[in-house]
Design a protein around this ligand. Structure first.
Ligand code: AMP
Length: 231
């Protein structure tokens, strides 16, 4: 690690199945509180696009809706956490997803003199998740998220945030792959809810409401827990 670690920098974790809104909410928290969103899914998609060895190994697993190996995910996350912009605090979006990743994260943070602050479990209904995932897309320029039903741009075909006119859909955002991703979530990630609950770090937020309602629930949790970004 080349950076000087800031031990007071908060580490927030967003847990939840695909479609729970982790990415959308993490981006909103990033804007409101100044934390940095770290999405292992985004990092892996970038590795796939760049055709790095990690990306080449991850590609087919991601397309099938499975989980990429802990080894690959940990190595890209470690590199990302070593960058200076993470000093203000981070929101982990889509990580950890297995008990092994949670243990490795603890080890890494302990080494840095840090610890996991709050873990928010976004509580949702499985059926709804498939519909949410199957309808979503993002702005190709700035990455702002949209949905065919739940969040259309104010002007059709134009991104609200950056004015971009190109949009893209993830190849794994189909109803079939979403089913496999949900299974992986229940088998390997959902047990982390009990793990963080036992450590007194877990807060559940109802994520079935509107994007703004969920965001306001999250903001309340962050204020209650006294978590703030570091200068
Ligand atoms: P996401 O963007 O978080 O929905 O992740 C998309 C895909 O990337 C997942 O379905 C997995 O194949 C892979 N992935 C993302 N994060 C992880 C992780 N922490 N562990 C294993 N695989 C991951």
């Amino acid at each position: 690690m080349s950076q000087q670690v800031n031990p007071a920098a908060p580490v927030l974790i967003l847990l939840g199945p695909p479609g729970a809104g982790k990415g959308t909410q993490a981006r909103m928290l990033e804007e409101t509180f100044g934390f940095v969103q770290l999405s292992t899914g985004d990092m892996l998609r970038a590795a796939v696009a760049a055709q790095t060895p990690a990306g080449l190994a991850a590609r087919s697993v991601m397309q099938a809706g499975g989980l990429v190996s802990d080894e690959i995910v940990l190595s890209i996350l470690r590199d990302r956490l070593a960058q200076d912009d993470t000093r203000a605090g981070v929101i982990l979006d889509g990580f950890p997803r297995t008990a092994g990743q949670a243990a490795a994260l603890d080890e890494l943070l302990t080494y840095n003199g840090q610890e996991v602050g709050v873990v928010v479990a976004l509580a949702v209904d499985d059926h709804e998740m498939i519909a949410r995932v199957a309808g979503r897309y993002t702005c190709a320029s700035c990455g702002e998220g949209y949905h065919d039903q739940f969040k259309r741009p104010d002007v059709a075909g134009v991104c609200d945030k950056c004015g971009g006119a190109e949009f893209k859909r993830r190849p794994d955002d189909t109803a079939e792959t979403a089913g496999a991703r949900l299974e992986a979530y229940h088998a390997q990630t959902a047990p982390l809810i009990a793990h963080y609950h036992a450590l007194g770090k877990l807060v559940e937020v109802d994520a079935m409401g509107t994007i703004d309602a969920v965001a306001s629930g999250l903001r309340a949790v962050i204020h209650e827990r006294g978590v703030s970004a570091q200068a």
